[in-house]
Design a binder for this molecule. Structure first.
Ligand code: UTP
Length: 224
């Protein structure tokens, strides 16, 4: 069976407009997909994580501790999602190796260790499980030439090479709570493991389904 890893931004799971009907639709879609795919979902921390990190930074907490608070939020979001899905794991695995061992049609996890975001966890899991695709489901329609939440004239990029992304963003992790479409350490793994990677809007479930099932979709394809 084909394996798919999707990293879902915390902003997709816990946004102001994420209502019960969104969760019901997500659950129905995931159940349908399990007929043909084994699915791993890595959940991010979103605004809640950034709120903790921002406050902790003002209080002069160490960077590593800020990351750890972020990880705790991602794991709380993962717990919420796995309880909604029902046919997935109850306990949230602490590492990608643990996640790989779980024998469920859908496996949900959050962050692991300090120094990266859940994008990197997703990329690592995709490499370890030989996933055919890694999908980053965020709160915008893929990669843009500038932040679409700030600039109304930002242009969506349909395709971009991994080398171009690395040239622009590097492969280092900057600071806790850094809000980029995809983090540097994840880019390094995608390049190394040659993982087909797609970035799309996780709130648009039809686009998520289209990307998983090899149809054209509204988002960005990373050329490896
Ligand atoms: P996220 O993966 O949510 O970061 O982790 P993000 O880029 O803000 O993603 P969205 O908004 O959910 O899409 C939140 C924070 O938790 C720490 C980092 O500080 C990260 O910025 N974290 C997360 C880790 O240190 N390690 C992990 O494995 C995951």
């Amino acid at each position: 069976m084909e394996t798919i890893v999707t990293s879902i931004g915390g902003s997709v799971i816990l946004s102001e407009d994420a209502d019960v009907s969104f969760f019901n639709k997500l659950k129905t879609l995931l159940e349908k997909l399990t007929k043909n795919y084994k699915i791993y979902l890595v959940v991010g921390g979103g605004k809640t994580a950034r709120t903790y990190i921002k406050l902790g930074r003002k209080l002069n907490f160490e960077e590593e501790f800020l990351d750890e608070m972020g990880i705790d939020v991602t794991r709380a979001n993962a717990k919420l999602l796995t309880n909604i899905i029902g046919i997935s794991n109850k306990e949230i695995p602490a590492t990608t190796d643990e996640a790989k061992k779980i024998d469920k049609p859908i496996v949900v996890m959050g962050g692991t260790t300090p120094g990266h975001s859940t994008d990197m966890v997703g990329a690592e899991l995709a490499e370890k499980t030989n996933a055919s695709k890694f999908i980053i489901a965020t709160n915008v329609d893929g990669v843009y030439d500038k932040d679409p939440n700030k600039y109304s004239d930002a242009k969506q990029i349909k395709e971009i090479s991994i080398d171009e992304l690395i040239k622009e963003h590097g492969t280092e992790w900057g600071t806790a709570g850094k809000n980029v479409v995809i983090d540097g350490p994840a880019l390094q793994i995608i390049k190394r493991a040659k993982i087909p990677t797609f970035i799309l809007n996780g709130k648009k479930l039809n686009q998520l389904e289209r990307a998983i099932t090899n149809q054209s979709f509204n988002g960005t394809i990373i050329r490896i």
